[in-house]
Design a protein. Structure first.
Lengths: 212, 405
């Protein structure tokens, strides 16, 4: 357990720190660019779905970034813990960070007299973030290209703004703004599936490379 | 040397999955957005309505603003653009009271009366609008009340002096509608109106997608450990960086040009059926003048940042710029230019309005083109510095400054 804690602290310092700074910066500038006081539930949903959901891309994509460098990957692989353990630790860290920063922001909105159910909004935030982040992770695992991994979830997000409502069905990201919550279950489950698949694909690819 | 490197770079992109994803995304956007646009129909005398336009008359401005104010008050959602971007303001109980006082002044009716009337209006849908500015209030006094309202609501509201004219929406007459139709046919030649909307839609995706290419190209060297080998070659930094940057720009611009041909063919068909003399080169002009500066700026900014930091920081910065340029302006008027990276003109027709914004659009495009070229020059400079020794700090040029301090 102590080793896992050490690994996660190192990950936090090396892998996640710049990304944490980015999401904190995004939280800091939010009051200057959008209304954050006296909001109705649909207006809060708009902030959560279209702004805070981006935290998923920022926090989950770095999970595989350290292994891009072959030397670092080989070094990590030489340790006692398997690659899959390292990836799971990083995913858990991303999830905890997302939850912490997201909840802080939601409580900040609550303090500004915004009306909404905190459990629904937090679930919506986590579902959307896991979905976008999971999509990026899966693309990363398959292609091993960081730019491509960012491109796909960001494009998906843009499509949701365009004509996504018409084409994406249950996987449309901005349903709560229109009063529908049901879709979040689909998004959440598919997000988890994508994260799990990404870790498995990455690990399988790594093992194949090792035995070549 | 330059040409052979340039062609090599183009070949690299032809084999890249990123490039094919880019083409698919552009095509998807084109199909889902552009195909739904319909042409302006010739107005006929005696029709129920011909659309809306904006009045210059003080009385129309005052009454139009009152209507907007009462509507926003009823929903307690005041739209503002504090930094040129959309921000809805929800007022607290105390602030609402101040707005109510100003409404009483403007209407000359007691608070209780106008509130009852307003509730009645919104609850029963068949009642005509019956709120007007009282005769006791002149235009100057109206302006001073608006200034008070702006203090309560915040900067960039619909009550700022600049925005007041936009509140004076009036119904278009048959003559006005006919004039607009004639302009669509003769001045816009139909094709120009479609080219503007094409540029508007494509601008949204081009404000982000090229960023991935700048990052991918620079990081490719890092991944394949090729930097040191390339540094040792005879070829100058100018040729290496310039061939890479131009290859990105050219390869990303070709699919845009091809898509514009699809749209051109469609608009030519519409122009012919409407009896207009089409402009065959208008899409090419708009692609070069409107879209190319976006593509250049976005791709070169990401190239420059990645060359400087050797990280994915450019993706975050470019996403931020896209977010600010596009997302926060989504609820803003469909025609807006200013200094925004992504100018908006999402209406077929409105030739007069386009003529009004055209000078600003030209200045805006020139600025981003210059910035794009500037990014290429700085990238060359940084690459030269790295070649002369910056690479010993793991390719991060910023480490040089840290080391000095």
């Amino acid at each position: 357990m102590e080793r896992y804690l050490k690994i996660s602290i190192i990950n936090l310092k090396i892998t996640f720190l710049p990304h944490i700074l980015v999401i904190l910066f995004m939280c800091f500038i939010a009051p200057f660019i959008m209304g954050v006081q006296n909001l109705q539930p649909d207006q809060v949903a708009k902030i959560v779905e279209s702004y805070l959901s981006l935290f998923g891309i920022i926090l989950f994509l770095p999970v595989f970034i350290p292994d891009m460098n072959n030397n670092i990957r080989d070094l990590i692989a030489s340790k006692k813990e398997s690659m899959i353990t390292h990836h799971c630790i990083r995913v858990m860290e991303a999830l905890i960070l997302l939850f912490l920063v997201g909840m802080l922001f939601l409580f900040y909105l609550k303090s500004g007299d915004c009306r909404f159910l905190i459990e629904k909004m937090s679930y919506s935030l986590i579902a959307n973030s896991i979905f976008l982040g999971g999509m990026g992770m899966l693309v990363f695992a398959i292609s091993n290209q960081v730019a491509f991994a960012y491109m796909i979830p960001i494009t998906y997000y843009i499509i949701c703004y365009g004509s996504g409502k018409k084409y994406l069905g249950n996987f449309y990201l901005f349903t709560m703004q229109y009063g529908s919550f049901q879709e979040k279950y689909y998004i959440f489950v598919l997000g988890l599936i994508m994260i799990t698949t990404a870790i498995i694909v990455r690990d399988v690819k790594f093992n194949l490379r090792k035995y070549k | 040397m330059f040409m052979s490197l340039f062609l090599k770079e183009c070949k690299i992109w032809c084999k890249s999955i990123l490039f094919y994803a880019y083409i698919i995304i552009l095509f998807f956007f084109y199909v889902t957005q552009m195909r739904s646009e319909s042409a302006i129909k010739r107005p006929r005398p005696g029709e129920k309505e011909y659309g809306i336009t904006y009045s210059e008359n003080n009385s129309d401005i005052m009454n139009g603003t009152l209507k907007v104010l009462l509507n926003e008050y009823y929903n307690n959602k005041f739209v503002t653009y504090p930094m040129g971007f959309y921000k809805p303001v929800i007022l607290s109980a105390n602030e609402i009271k101040q707005v109510e006082k100003n409404i009483s002044k403007l209407t000359g009716i007691t608070e209780k009366d106008w509130k009852e009337k307003l509730d009645h209006y919104y609850e029963s849908k068949n009642i005509k609008w019956s709120f007007y500015i009282t005769k006791d209030i002149g235009y100057n006094e109206f302006l001073s009340i608006m200034s008070d309202l702006e203090k309560v609501i915040g900067k960039g509201s619909k009550y700022s002096a600049k925005a007041l004219k936009g509140n004076a929406k009036i119904a278009k007459t048959y003559e006005q509608a006919l004039k607009e139709y004639d302009e669509f046919l003769k001045k816009d030649k139909v094709t120009r109106a479609y080219a503007r909307v094409f540029s508007d839609y494509m601008g949204i995706v081009l404000a982000i997608l090229p960023a991935f290419f700048g990052v991918a190209r620079v990081l490719q060297d890092k991944r394949s450990n090729a930097s040191a080998v390339i540094y040792s070659k005879k070829c100058s930094s100018i040729i290496i960086v310039l061939s890479r940057c131009l290859a990105i720009i050219v390869m990303l611009f070709i699919p845009v040009l091809i898509l514009s041909c699809f749209s051109l063919v469609e608009s030519l068909y519409i122009a012919k059926t409407m009896g207009a003399a089409p402009d065959y080169f208008v899409y090419l002009k708009f692609c070069i003048g409107w879209l190319l500066p976006i593509l250049m700026f976005v791709s070169m900014l990401s190239y420059f940042i990645t060359e400087l930091t050797n990280s994915i920081l450019a993706l975050l910065i470019n996403s931020g710029i896209w977010f600010v340029s596009v997302f926060l302006g989504f609820d803003s008027p469909l025609i807006s230019v200013g200094w925004n990276l992504v100018p908006r003109f999402n209406i077929i027709g409105m030739h007069g309005m386009f003529q009004e914004i055209f000078p600003q659009l030209v200045k805006n495009r020139i600025l981003y083109s210059i910035l794009g070229v500037f990014m290429i020059l700085i990238s060359i400079l940084i690459y030269s510095i790295k070649r002369e020794g910056g690479h010993k700090f793991y390719g991060k040029i910023s480490q040089n400054f840290n080391n000095q301090s």
